[in-house]
Design a protein around this ligand. Structure first.
Ligand SMILES: Cc1cc2nc3c(=O)[nH]c(=O)nc-3n(C[C@H](O)[C@H](O)[C@H](O)COP(=O)(O)OP(=O)(O)OC[C@H]3O[C@@H](n4cnc5c(N)ncnc54)[C@H](O)[C@@H]3O)c2cc1C
Length: 482
């Protein structure tokens, strides 16, 4: 890696202070050798060409809101946030990868349409990162994840050649390798991969096994296969009516056990908040109580069906202002807890199991963490999809907290696997978890992921150590989230 020569080669481009790119929203810190912001696709290609020439790995970055350290790297950071532009195209929309989701939806406003998949960080997360992490949020039950919205992508391959991918296409440079990756893959997935809504296995092997094209591998690839510049996304009609109900439950287990019935009643979102969050928000939880928020979109019959599905429970339909307050509380959950002085740390913050198993899984997980000394662990998130946000509360000044959390990670991974789940159901592998991918995916599927990476990026120049080739992230621990 000759980063000094690369810096010289990039003279005239928008070089940025590397320290400004050492953090994202994860508890890790990595100082890159250099950082450069690209103003257009031509500059993206020029950076990648020069980086390949000088053997410097490149990590693309967009909003920097990732919580697993995906956009941190030791080589060159390629900031794609200046790549803006929102152009509606029929019922689709072409977006520059530097546009936040909020900005895209604001621009779509007059058309009465929105991008379907939603994320809590819609004001920070940009299209490049949303696609590269295959993001999704509370309404994944209705709208799926970003992979479901991606129609076409433009960008560059490692090495700087232009890339353009539409459904069904296998570009010449992948034509030799991809059929071999696909051969026998379906059977391997059937044998080794959980069937549940948020299974997120390395690269999107399950989608690739079905479609066989290159595009299906791009969402969720964490900047390891290509750098994106523009993306065509599908849009959906904006909801005209939203009904939100709250269901108070005696415990987290009771709340999670009720979630599948809410999904069966046709809910577009089923979110859970535990007693630590309710207490932090000043809402009495009845000690160990928990709350389900159940939303129906454009569905006047939803509340009635929900009450029928939960006989004996009090499912209260909230007024519009009350519903807004509860969504705001859900969005600011972590800030509320953090304001009390503890750091809700993300290391195993998005495991996913079949929704029917979420209650028992949560109990087992909390017991395992308590045995390791983590007594206060915030649990909230997407109960209807079986994806739980699990954040131990740590003392930000305790230097031992990071190592203890990372020590616990393999046990958490084993527990998730024992419940037939996926270690990450939303945020991705990143720096935090890629080292566990061989164990979490199993040898056969991990090998398929290695084949995918070699086919796209034979020299390993794009975001090395993410998804495949991960190393223990202990050396990058920085405890408090930025
Ligand atoms: C408060 C908060 C709430 C959140 N809520 C959610 C949520 O509801 N759902 C959810 O899924 N996530 C959530 N996240 C996590 C985060 O917002 C998502 O992972 C998001 O998709 C990251 O987008 P970004 O633009 O910030 O990407 P970055 O953090 O900049 O990068 C993330 C990954 O994308 C790659 N990448 C970025 N740009 C490009 C590009 N141009 N080409 C190729 N690869 C690229 C990077 O290399 C990296 O691997 C939340 C985070 C926070 C802090």
């Amino acid at each position: 890696m000759n980063s000094a020569a690369l810096r010289d080669a990039l003279e005239g481009l928008d070089l940025r202070p590397p320290d400004a790119y050492a953090r994202d929203r994860s508890p890790f810190s990595v100082r890159p050798a250099l950082a450069v912001a690209a103003r257009d696709g031509k500059e993206v290609r020029a950076v990648l060409r020069a980086a390949a020439e000088h053997d410097v790995p490149v990590t693309a970055r967009a909003g920097g809101s990732g919580v697993a350290g995906q956009c941190l790297g030791e080589g060159a950071i390629l900031d794609t946030s200046p790549l803006q532009g929102v152009e509606p195209d029929g019922e689709d929309v072409w977006c520059g990868v530097g546009e936040t989701l909020d900005a895209v939806n604001r621009a779509l406003g007059p058309s009465g349409r929105v991008v379907g998949p939603d994320v809590t960080a819609a004001d920070m997360a940009c299209v490049g990162g949303l696609v590269a992490t295959n993001a999704c949020g509370s309404r994944s039950l209705r709208y799926g994840r970003f992979a479901d919205a991606v129609r076409e992508v433009r960008g560059a391959w490692a090495g700087g050649d232009s890339l353009s991918l539409a459904p069904g296409e296998v570009p010449d440079r992948l034509a030799g390798a991809l059929p071999a990756v696909r051969d026998g893959l379906g059977a391997e997935l059937d044998a080794a991969w959980p069937s549940q809504p948020r299974a997120f296995g390395g690269y999107r092997l399950e989608a690739f096994a079905r479609a066989g094209d290159a595009l299906s591998l791009v969402p969720g690839s964490e900047g390891t296969l290509c750098v994106l510049t523009r993306v065509r996304l599908a849009t959906v009609p904006s909801a005209r009516r939203r009904s939100l109900l709250e269901v108070r439950c005696a415990s987290l287990r009771a709340a999670l056990d009720r979630a599948p019935a809410c999904v069966a009643a046709g809910a577009s979102a089923v979110e859970v908040l535990d007693h630590l969050l309710l207490d932090a928000a000043g809402l009495s939880s009845g000690r160990d109580g928990a709350l389900l928020l159940v939303e129906f979109l454009d569905d006047d019959g939803g509340p009635t069906r929900l009450r029928a599905a939960l006989p004996g429970d009090d499912a209260v339909l909230l007024s519009e202002p009350h519903a807004k307050r509860m969504w705001a509380l859900r969005r600011s959950a972590l800030a509320l807890v953090a304001a009390r002085g503890a750091a809700p740390v993300a290391v195993f913050e998005d495991p996913a199991v079949a929704p029917e198993r979420a209650g028992v899984f949560a109990e087992d997980l909390l017991a395992a963490l308590a045995r390791r000394g983590f007594a206060d662990v915030v649990v909230y998130g997407h109960a209807g999809a079986g994806c739980l946000h699990v954040r131990p509360l740590c003392d930000p000044f305790d230097p031992g907290a990071g190592p203890r959390l990372l020590d616990a990670l393999p046990e958490v991974a084993e527990l998730v696997a024992a419940h037939g789940g996926a270690l990450t159901g939303e945020h991705g592998w990143g720096l935090a978890r890629s080292h566990l991918a061989p164990a979490a995916l199993g040898r056969a599927l991990y090998h398929r992921c290695e084949q995918v990476k070699r086919a796209w990026d034979p020299r390993g120049l794009l975001n090395p150590g993410r998804i495949v080739g991960g190393r223990d992230p202990r050396g990058a621990w920085a405890l408090t989230p930025a």
